[in-house]
Design a protein around this ligand. Structure first.
Ligand SMILES: [Mg+2]
Length: 416
């Protein structure tokens, strides 16, 4: 049910849950519990009423509370006697269904599934970059050598960059656009379960405040004394969003901005998110373009859509920076993320990606070798390059399998 329920949420009118589940005849393994399902549903905004019909009273109350604190309308019936379904369950179901329906707007486009394929490609590249960047950060100067001569066996664990990108993908997959309340809910749901993924201190503060009941609009706006954050967070997680809206560049500006504002309201943070999302979209658009045109055309569109900002000035410089220069020189001029801000990170990461759209290994190697915020740089680069077919195909098979599995089966399968 955990794996499948999301596919049905859009059309669900009522969810009815038991707690104690028995294994299917002949099937070994733990079937899980209803509380796990309640936990899972609590990671989403309320979508429909829920009836809990378990005789396990303690657990039924746990399920009830889990859902109620997450804003769901929930009620219980006791499965007592042979006729509890017509006598108790049915009237309760009718009562709940007669109440006003929760306002949830889904806007999945007709080609939703095709878009998601690009999204999963991009997310996989992002996760591999993130994990490798994290693993090699302390030996970044040797990264190209280590990558050439043999990487440690997996699993390679990803960090906060991928965790937050997973939330962006969760929301696009369910709604077809950036539903900001749902995105805030997904961020905190993932953070609450695995807080030790290397989140930055401001993000940790924001996540804890939202979990404690604050509105994300207030936590985002009050960051850094009311300036809003211009950290890397909104850029590092956004490449899959660019892949989803890859043929609608104007739309990307709005959706990337919406995704940024949930945590990063500073204009530089917003600009960084827009730039990375447009770069990922262009990586996909340019998949069949002549190789010698790709870099120039990617920068043209990124510059066209990125608002005036330090980020954009850095991108202009990046667009004029030769691929022949030593990486230290490039990092000195464009930044390498050591300041952990969008202007210090995004131009360099987009430069690394734009020079190597068909060579994932080279793109990631160069990005990591410059030091700085290695996992974030490589996550951005990986998310952009893997949005291009050639880039995704150039990811070594053993890298895919060494990388910690992602919560989307499509990301863990070997491409044909
Ligand atoms: Mg990280």
């Amino acid at each position: 049910m955990l794996a499948e329920c999301e596919n049905y949420l859009e059309n669900a009118a009522l969810i009815s849950l038991d707690h104690d589940l028995n294994p299917q005849p002949g099937v070994a393994g733990d079937p899980g519990t209803g509380l796990e399902v309640a936990n899972h549903l609590a990671g989403y905004l309320p979508l429909c009423p829920v009836i809990i019909h378990s005789s396990n009273a303690d657990r039924a109350w746990s399920m009830h509370n889990e859902l109620r604190f997450a804003g769901w309308r929930v009620d219980r019936v006791g499965p007592i006697g042979d006729d509890w379904i017509p006598k108790l369950w049915l009237p309760k179901a009718r009562e709940l269904l007669a109440m006003t329906k929760d306002e949830v707007v889904f806007r999945k486009p007709d080609d939703h599934i095709i878009r998601l394929k690009r999204v999963f490609d991009s997310l996989k590249g992002l996760a591999i970059g993130d994990a490798l960047g994290e693993m090699l950060a302390y030996r970044h100067a040797e990264a190209p050598h280590i990558i050439r001569t043999g990487l440690p066996a997996g699993p390679w664990f990803h960090t906060d960059d991928t965790e937050m990108a997973i939330s962006v993908v969760d929301v696009l997959k369910l709604y077809g656009y950036v539903h900001q309340d749902a995105l805030a809910r997904r961020f905190t749901w993932h953070f609450d379960r695995q807080p030790d993924r290397g989140y930055g201190s401001m993000t940790r503060i924001q996540m804890r405040e939202i979990i404690a009941g604050a509105n994300w609009r207030d936590t985002a706006a009050s960051a850094f004394g009311g300036q809003g954050s211009m950290g890397n967070g909104s850029a590092m997680r956004v490449a899959p969003l660019g892949a989803y809206f890859a043929d609608e560049l104007e739309r990307i500006v709005e959706e990337a901005r919406a995704s940024s504002l949930v945590t990063h309201t500073h204009p530089e943070g917003v600009a960084g998110a827009i730039a990375v999302a447009i770069a990922a979209a262009m990586a996909w658009q340019l998949r069949n373009a002549p190789e010698n045109e790709r870099t120039r055309r990617l920068f043209e569109e990124v510059l066209r859509f990125t608002p005036q900002s330090q980020v954009r000035r850095g991108l202009l410089l990046a667009s004029q920076t030769s691929p022949e220069l030593p990486i230290e020189v490039v990092a000195k001029s464009l930044g390498n993320g050591s300041l952990v801000t969008a202007p210090d990170t995004v131009p360099f990461a987009i430069w690394c990606a734009a020079q190597n759209l068909n060579n994932f290994i080279e793109a990631i190697s160069r990005a990591i070798s410059a030091g700085g915020d290695c996992d974030t740089n490589a996550a951005i680069v990986g998310g952009i390059v893997a949005a291009c077919d050639a880039g995704s195909e150039s990811i070594p098979e053993d890298w895919r399998t060494a990388c910690e599995p992602l919560p989307f089966p499509e990301c863990n399968q070997t491409p044909p």
